[in-house]
Design a protein around this ligand. Structure first.
Ligand code: GYE
Length: 335
């Protein structure tokens, strides 16, 4: 009898060990995405999901359909399921303390990408790493491009009226890009923002808001759209009003998606400030590193460029970095 019990116990032990070994082999990585509002977002979803699957890990994916409450639910589900890692981009900056405390308590490592959530934690131990665009710098690049473009035409002292299409209100890229733009443009009093309204990062709303700008603002020289999708919608509104986009109104977008490159090459748009959606390889690098017990910098921004028709317009304050010519890079742009 004793022998039989010993055999059963050792069998149970082997089975338990076997299960543990299996669980360690195949990680489960959950990803809470915000929705599908733009080409940028589609490319981001595809890239991150593919990278996780190509790494041989199980993917648990959730699309929050632009609702913060859905993201909160998704994070709680991930905790209940006991996933190994959580990849997260926050639709808006605030309102995360409670659920992120729950993530912290669960000890599931949190990998942040794209949009950074603001929290009131005392230190930064609540997340493992962040990878995403430097939104303040992107906004600043857009403003510097506009000023330098007018200077390059010998028109740097003209009165220039700018309308702005803002991203989703209080989202990290909206807050950062608006701030970066304002910080630069304030130094050039002849460049004025004469109207500014949200277009929620979508083409349809960009078009509708641009239509109303065209009716309410007497003289529009420049459109600064906080993403390319809104710029593309606005181009339709400008054409419908009988004006030539890219000529009658100078158009600067952000993201660097293929359709923006095409619009620049066709002369209907003038500039796009790059923000890469390709974050999958960094996510895999971070998780692989954490599994191996490595440490690395907490916050990493990708290297990005500014693209326009001819290249050559300086966009950093000291003039060292130059814009790239969109036509030279359009073929390699896949999203
Ligand atoms: O610019 C926009 C998207 O968070 C950086 O969200 C991202 C922004 C991107 O929908 O197109």
């Amino acid at each position: 009898m004793k022998k039989l019990i010993a055999v059963i116990l050792s069998l149970a032990l082997v089975m338990a060990l076997g299960t543990t070994a299996l669980a360690q082999d195949t990680l489960t990585v959950a990803f809470s995405q915000i929705g599908q509002e733009s080409d940028w977002r589609t490319a981001n979803t595809d890239d991150v999901c593919k990278a996780i699957q190509d790494a041989g890990w199980n993917l648990v994916y959730d699309d929050a359909q632009q609702k913060q409450e859905n993201q909160v639910k998704a994070l709680r589900n991930f905790i209940t399921q006991g996933v190994d890692y959580i990849v997260f981009t926050a639709i808006v900056t605030t309102g995360w303390d409670e659920v992120l405390q729950e993530v912290k308590d669960s000890e599931i490592p949190l990998v942040l990408i794209d949009r950074f959530p603001q929290t009131s934690f005392a230190d930064d131990s609540w997340f493992t790493a962040f990878f995403g665009g430097d939104f303040v710098e992107e906004g600043a690049r857009a403003a510097r491009w506009i000023v330098n473009y007018y200077k390059s035409l010998g028109r740097g002292d003209e009165e220039v009226n700018i309308v702005r299409l803002e991203g989703t209100t209080t989202s990290d890229p909206q807050v950062g890009r608006s701030k970066g733009f304002d910080d630069v443009i304030v130094n050039y009093p002849n460049f004025k923002i004469v109207a500014s309204q949200t277009g929620n990062f979508t083409s349809a709303e960009g078009q509708a808001v641009m239509e109303s700008f065209l009716k309410s603002v007497d003289k529009i020289d420049v459109l600064w759209a906080e993403n390319d999708q809104m710029a593309l919608g606005a181009i339709e509104a400008i054409k419908a009003a009988g004006l030539q986009p890219g000529k009658d109104i100078i158009i600067v977008g952000c993201d660097g998606v293929k359709l923006a490159f095409e619009a620049i090459v066709n002369g209907e748009m003038n500039c796009t400030v790059e923000c890469t959606p390709l974050m999958g390889s960094r996510v895999v690098e971070v998780i692989t590193g954490l599994e191996a017990g490595e440490t690395f910098p907490k916050i990493v921004h990708p290297v990005e460029y500014v693209y326009d028709a001819n290249g050559g317009i300086a966009y950093t304050d000291d003039g060292t970095a130059l814009t790239r010519k969109a036509a030279d890079y359009i073929a390699e742009r896949l999203y």
